[in-house]
Design a protein around this ligand. Structure first.
Ligand code: CS2
Length: 483
């Protein structure tokens, strides 16, 4: 079987890869980054050769180990019901493993050629309190990094180290670009980094607040982890034995706030939307796509569906998700109805893409980090306006039922969440009593804040839904709210 080699790259890329220099350092080179930003940048390299990407893995070295023998190039495949297209991506020039190459990574953060440090470290990688958006100062990684600032392990720790090193050396700061699904991701990252810096030195914090830009961005592409079956499809198509290709959908969107004082790549030349205010786009995406995704994941998993496309094949589920978006989410968004309707329809089609093997379990992960911006912000707003939250609350009730750790057939659920052991304790104490379970989980302040637990209509609605989920199961619970 053919393996990648530089000779192959010469024939494939529209740029000379030996002439590419790095301009971006990216923390978290998972499948999403490789299917999204790295693909946009790959196209840019044909017109600008100084924006290559150095990736860094903060947790596991697996991506580095797989891609190093193939010079960090990989196949990106886009797939829907009718076709699969493949493309070789060469924009990632190197990947550093933070555990074994910390010194090199810190040196790169201080390299003047690096003008953007971007991140896809998932919500929990920000070490923050999801309900307030503030740095979690008790987070073990934050405590570690504050005690040993020269040996950071957390994303905020690396960012602050890099910004300090550059400030000391008189090098212009890099721009910090969050590409995660956090609410107001630029502002939230700025708040977290500034607080971390203030705990080190007030001068550093004020330097950061005066000189460092944190543009917000809305990123969108559904990228499930690559499976053995994906590898085989890609191998058969390309005749290349790629150790870690990425499989994704044809759709891709990136909306970016145009604030890059240290310079940026020509993103506008490759389909990125550069705007003054990202928040309306971000809110639309977090509430419609991610909100519906999470509701669908918990309820779909409970109903016994492994994959998102399987959930969407159930007419009752598809109708429930559509009604959830149309009746309870869209009215909270300040955008023209026609635009929102088009956005919704497109998302429903994307969710139904049978070629993507996107596990409900995968999306169900880290609910504590996701619920606030995906479902609870919308619920809060509707409750304030005395509007019904029946379907949104069923999504939250689905999460509550899910984190009890036992499914509808009595089998264990592998609940992955930084707070999983707390959920387990609450579920054990509640012993399937809906009122006790709802009361216990609503007390998790990092998720529900101080206000939602006090809202009696919301609590009553949750208790009713959780009771129904225990008694009759998810299929019947959603059927009652499908129109
Ligand atoms: C998903 C997202 O895993 C999840 O929680 O909701 O990763 C989703 O696929 C992306 O945000 C789509 O852009």
């Amino acid at each position: 079987m053919f393996k990648y080699s530089p000779a192959h790259f010469d024939q494939t890329f529209s740029y000379d890869r030996t002439l590419i220099s790095p301009g971006i350092l990216h923390l978290g080179v998972g499948a999403f980054h490789r299917a999204h930003m790295a693909a946009y940048v790959d196209t840019i390299l044909a017109i600008q050769n100084d924006w290559g990407i150095i990736g860094a893995s903060l947790r596991r070295p697996d991506t580095k180990l797989a891609l190093a023998p193939q010079h960090f190039c990989y196949t990106l495949a886009t797939r829907d019901e009718t076709s699969t297209r493949t493309r070789l991506i060469g924009s990632v020039l190197d990947i550093l493993d933070a555990h074994t190459q910390r010194a090199e990574l810190l040196a790169k953060l201080a390299d003047p050629r690096i003008r953007i440090v971007s991140l896809t470290v998932t919500e929990k990688g920000y070490c923050y309190d999801p309900s307030s958006g503030d740095l979690d100062e008790n987070h073990p990684d934050v405590v570690h990094d504050l005690a040993r600032p020269d040996e950071p392990v957390s994303a905020p720790g690396f960012l602050v180290h890099g910004l300090l090193a550059r400030w000391r050396a008189g090098i212009a700061p890099f721009t910090v670009l969050s590409c995660d699904n956090l609410p107001a991701n630029g502002k939230t990252t700025a708040r977290i980094v500034s607080r971390f810096a203030a705990l080190c030195s007030s001068e550093l914090a004020s330097h950061i607040s005066r000189n460092v830009a944190f543009p917000s961005s809305m990123v969108d592409r559904i990228v499930p982890p690559t499976t053995a079956a994906d590898r085989k499809i890609i191998r058969d198509l390309t005749n290349v034995d790629d150790a870690w290709p990425v499989m994704t959908e044809p759709f891709s969107q990136w909306v970016l706030e145009d604030t890059f004082p240290s310079g940026r790549a020509a993103f506008e030349r490759v389909g990125v939307q550069l705007v003054d205010r990202v928040e309306p786009f971000e809110r639309m995406k977090l509430r419609i796509l991610n909100g519906a995704h999470s509701a669908l994941a918990y309820l779909g998993y409970l109903a016994g569906h492994d994959y998102v496309a399987d959930v969407m094949r159930s007419p009752a589920f598809a109708a429930f998700i559509r009604a959830l978006i149309s009746e309870e989410i869209m009215p909270t968004l300040d955008l023209p109805g026609e635009e929102l309707g088009h956005y919704r329809d497109n998302i429903l089609t994307r969710f139904a893409n049978p070629a993507l093997k996107h596990r409900t379990w995968q999306i169900a992960m880290d609910g504590s980090q996701k619920l606030p911006q995906r479902l609870l912000a919308t619920i809060r707003e509707r409750l304030d306006n005395n509007q019904s939250v029946d379907r949104l609350a069923l999504g939250v009730a689905g999460w509550m039922r899910y984190v009890t750790g036992i499914d509808e057939r009595g089998r264990p659920i592998d609940v992955r969440d930084p707070l999983a052991s707390r959920f387990r304790k609450i579920a054990d104490q509640a012993d399937r009593n809906p009122s006790l379970l709802v009361a216990g989980l609503l007390r998790v302040q990092e998720i529900f804040g101080d206000d939602l637990p006090r809202h009696s209509d919301f609590r009553t609605c949750l208790i009713g839904h959780v009771g129904k989920l225990f008694d009759t199961g998810a299929d019947l619970a959603i059927a009652a709210l499908s129109s």
